[in-house]
Design a protein around this ligand. Sequence first.
Ligand SMILES: C[S@@+](CC[C@H](N)C(=O)[O-])C[C@H]1O[C@@H](n2cnc3c(N)ncnc32)[C@H](O)[C@@H]1O
Length: 199
Amino acid sequence: MAQDSSLPDFWCKRYLSDVMPWDAGGVPEEFMQYSQQLTPQQTIFIPGCGTGYEVGWLAERGYAVEAIEFSPAALEMAQKVLGQFAQHIHAGDFFTHQPNQPFDWVYERAFLCALPRKMWTSYADRMAKIIAPNGVLAGYFFIGDQPKGPPFGISQAELTALLSPHFVLESDQASVAPLPVFAGKERWQVWRRCDNLSH
Ligand SMILES: C[S@@+](CC[C@H](N)C(=O)[O-])C[C@H]1O[C@@H](n2cnc3c(N)ncnc32)[C@H](O)[C@@H]1O
């Protein structure tokens, strides 16, 4: 199988051969809880959405959710999962996609840990650009020592260094029901975008 997880082909091979240990097959608990506080005007973006369960969950409740995926195989699966809500997901690369407006919430799940480490600074810069002032980057982070990946583990200190130029950590809790591949290392975190940080 292809070894460079920055390429769509890496992911296509896994989706097509049904090797998807990250796929929850549904919507995780903290995501649902956090979504309760959304207002109808708020916009949500899900990069690297995979099979897109969270996209469908939000779309069927009427929320303004948009998602992108760069693996055609994942897109095909997501379109089946989403059915009538398939228009909420688009083919696109997170690093070049130009959204029409900044988002109130970018949802992270198994995306940062899917990217090779050399792309993490670009990830943080991009998040700062596409999240509205006072918006959030909220979701699941794979915290821990796991140099070989994906999933690539990140220490809490490293994640703080990566995001703190633009974001403040507002809440942090262990995920209640991580999949085996993330067991003991998955945390639900909410990072709020803050323009007035002095560094
Ligand atoms: C580990 S999977 C996680 C999928 C989904 N977030 C989930 O939780 O099930 C990582 C996903 O990110 C996608 N991906 C990786 N890099 C991407 C990029 N630069 N732009 C868009 N999608 C990307 C992959 O195709 C893959 O579907």
